[in-house]
Design a protein around this ligand. Structure first.
Ligand SMILES: [Zn+2]
Length: 278
């Protein structure tokens, strides 16, 4: 998300939209042609496109969205035409939004109505570790794997950085927040992993970008732990309909809590690829 925002900002900031159209019912009549783009900034997992006329367009990737940037005339390759939700083009660039979610246009002064609920932004200029930890601790009985993804606690952590930071800190994903020995250390670890990866599309947490070598536990169900050799487990974690696949090493991340998941057996490792900004 952070990288996508930088690229969108490079393409659009200071430019005038020659094309600004939307292909969702709620915004179908909106035409931003002629609008100037002030800047494109990330806020957690939200992308904010601020216009010169005092309006902000918000888009969100959720699990499958992306913005693709092309030179005018180049073939669009992000998916079938029906998956295009928005086209923002200047004389120099065409930005095509595929499978975007939560699209909304508000006055820039009222961005808080869209993102005001978010906790401190992990990659934001106003990052506040103490506030993030304070918010996490306000729900001591929550599972840490759920709490880290709750954007009201801290904004920007995705499932990959959740599972990898929990592994590196030896914390069981189903442990209660109150039982995490070093919560500030866990938050800092997640932030360091994200900082190390924000400037490139590869998301390696091991320091090795080769396919299959790039993660400690993510995508590795049934394979031996890189540290101890124990078989990596996979389970679904989170509230109904919002479950996220969670990998962990039952030895390196020994359970310290009575809440314990049932690991999946005999199913495919991962239903969808981990999404990267493109
Ligand atoms: Zn292990």
């Amino acid at each position: 998300m952070w990288l996508a925002a930088q690229r969108m900002n490079t393409a659009l900031a200071g430019g005038t939209l020659r094309r600004g159209e939307f292909r969702i019912p709620q915004l179908a009549t909106l035409d931003l042609t002629g609008a100037g783009v002030r800047e494109v900034v990330p806020r957690g997992k939200h992308l904010l496109i601020r216009l010169d006329d005092g309006r902000t367009l918000r888009t969100h990737f959720r699990m499958d969205g992306s913005w693709h940037i092309y030179r005018p005339g180049a073939r669009w390759r992000g998916g079938p035409a029906f998956s295009v939700r928005a086209v923002l083009a200047t004389d120099q660039w065409e930005c095509v939004g595929y499978r975007l979610h939560d699209m909304a246009l508000v006055a820039t002064d009222h961005e808080d109505s869209l993102v005001g609920h978010l906790g401190p932004d992990v990659l934001g200029p106003d990052w506040d570790a103490e506030e993030a930890v304070r918010r996490l601790r306000s729900s001591p009985d929550e599972q840490i794997g759920v709490a880290l993804l709750d954007q009201r606690n801290l904004a920007g952590i995705g499932n990959l950085y959740k599972v990898e930071s929990l592994f590196l800190c030896g914390v069981h994903p189903w442990a209660r927040v109150a039982d995490v020995a070093d919560l500030p250390g866990l938050v800092e670890r997640a932030r360091m992993l994200m900082l190390a990866n924000r400037d490139h599309p590869e998301q390696s947490t091991t320091g090795d970008t080769r396919r299959g070598q790039d993660h400690w536990v993510a995508g590795r169900r049934g394979r031996p732990c890189r540290r101890c050799g124990t078989t990596i487990l996979l389970g679904d974690q989170g509230p109904d309909l919002q479950e996220r696949v969670t990998w962990w090493c039952p030895r390196c991340q020994a359970a310290r809590s009575p809440i314990d998941p049932e690991a999946r057996t005999g199913e495919p490792d991962h239903p969808k690829p981990l999404v990267t900004a493109s």
